[in-house]
Design a protein around this ligand. Sequence first.
Ligand code: PEP
Ligand code: MN
Length: 363
Amino acid sequence: MSPKIKILPLSEWIGTGGKPLVISGPCSAESEDQLLKTARQLKKIKQLNVFRAGIWKPRTRPGDFEGVGEIGLTWLKKVKDETGFLTAVEVADQSHVELALKYDVDILWIGARTVVNPFSVQSIAEYLQGVDIPIMVKNPVNPDVKLWLGAIERLNAAGINRVIAIHRGFHYFEKSPFRNAPMWEIPIELKRNAPDLPIIVDPSHICGSRGLIQSISQKALDLEMDGLMIESHFDPDNAVTDSAQQITPKFLQEILDKLVIRHKKGDIDFQHKLEELRTEVDKLDGELIQILAKRMEIIDEIGEYKRENDITILQMKRWAGIIQDRLSIGTHLGLDNIFLKKLLNLIHKESIQRQEDIFKKDS
Ligand code: PEP
Ligand code: MN
């Protein structure tokens, strides 16, 4: 529990009528036309509360598109004046904050790459001392709940009590269907430490592609998160950044319409434990698949070797020995004998098949 954090409830400063907060807009501001076209289409979505746009983009390598800078804030101001949307931009240092305030941006957010650095967060917090603006804090790229909480505490200590945490997933070294692994137990842990802190989810950066956004958005609501931030663009395929994950406003409307808002209040400790266990299972499945792939790679090598040396593929004596050996290890570890036999036979069949394919290649 973090006794230090004092947060103003979302309902006291942003009216969503008890519904989830929805933020959308392009990953990056690219041109005045792109921003206005996207905003005009988004205006038709009644669930939408805030328009976002990245003005300065944190890029891995220099020379990649690093955002349009100050001019983008003038376009964003036009969006605000025309549509009435609240606007939000990412800030990474004091100069960004200064400009965002100058152009009347309503909400700031600190990105995942900035939150990892307490010096940067502290410097932004110091600049914001005495400034009354809401701020959203993305999770740091690495799965460290204390670092995330620490950033929120720094801002809170500077007098900012309109804070929202954004869960955008975590860097994960294993292969995963996600661009950033959701690891739901971490935002749940954050909520446990700061029960009043609203947390919204950014399915775009978790998924990295359009197809998974619906299910991650639903999952966010099922876990009682307070809203969503989803990237949109009037022409996503031609977006300058994060093109694969941006969606059209029309698609966003479809996603929002399909969401089921459940009113059941779950038990946070139960959810936390469950998500922790699920993450563990996901990790193990990933390892299992990688090990299987590695096994097949070596099987192929053996196949090549047998072919070069004119040895037959199937060697029953070795296989009988393998079965015996694996069965005794597996049953010792508590695995069911019949299940294990089935599994080993399946693996064996696939291994033989691959070696036959290798032999065929050459005949
Ligand atoms: C973004 O929202 O476009 C962004 C750069 O996000 P993150 O900091 O989560 O990578
Ligand atoms: Mn983006």
